[in-house]
Design a protein around this ligand. Structure first.
Ligand code: TYD
Length: 210
């Protein structure tokens, strides 16, 4: 029996926006509908993902260009892995809910004139799947910082202060403008209870379920 291709859903947002909670709530909702769901995230848990995390945590500082290439390598592996790759899941009819994807690379590493280069690598790759929808959880940078501070004592390079977070949020805006007409991107107001935000995420995704 042939399987219908699964839906590929990406949840994006700046650090502390609540996107990981939203990805979990969405995955639970889709499972509740009887769908098969693979909930995943980038950077991944693989060796490559670990190297990226060392770079972000300050243990092994990396240039933005190195980080762009490392995230790309992690993303390619995340797509093509024969056992647990995104492509494999989608083709077998499983939905994929991914916490961050190439939108993050464009927003975080597409700085200082590098946006075109980072976009070319990610968007023109024959092995990097295009999501069916990207839901951006939008939240005020001060609130995001409060969430980050409440959760931990050690900060990664993109989480240090609200000015960095505000700049990243601005860059997401530029990226979404650039991808208008190419990618299906929906912005959801994150300044409400997780359940209220989730209702909007579910509404956006439900349009694709019909
Ligand atoms: P995050 O989703 O915040 O992971 P966690 O909650 O487990 O710390 O991602 C970690 C950081 O990685 C975040 O600051 C954004 C950054 N990032 C990039 O800069 N580029 C990328 O392509 C991706 C996937 C993530």
């Amino acid at each position: 029996m042939e399987n219908k291709r699964g839906l590929f859903i990406v949840i994006e947002g700046v650090d502390g926006s609540g996107k990981s909670t939203q990805a979990s709530l969405l995955a639970d909702y889709l499972r509740g509908l009887g769908r098969r769901v693979h909930h995943t995230a980038e950077p991944t848990e693989s060796g490559l993902g670990g190297m990226v995390r060392d770079g972000l945590g300050g243990e092994h500082p990396r240039t933005t260009e190195e980080l762009a290439a490392m995230f790309l390598a992690d993303r390619v592996a995340h797509n093509v892995s024969p056992k647990s790759g995104i492509k494999q899941y989608l083709e077998s009819g499983t939905d994929v809910v991914c916490d961050r994807y190439y939108y993050s690379s464009l927003a975080y590493q597409g700085v200082d004139g590098a946006l075109q280069w980072v976009a070319d690598m990610n968007l023109n790759s024959p092995v990097i799947e295009k999501p069916d929808i990207c839901v951006f959880i939008d939240l005020d940078p001060e609130k995001c910082l409060e969430h980050i501070r409440a959760g931990r004592s050690h900060f990664e390079i993109y989480e240090e202060n609200s000015a960095i977070i505000a700049e990243t949020r601005r860059r997401y805006g530029i990226v979404f403008e650039m991808l208008k007409g190419r990618d299906n991107i929906v912005t959801v107001d994150g300044a409400r209870t997780p359940q209220e935000v989730s209702a909007d995420v579910i509404a956006a995704v439900s349009k694709l379920l019909k």
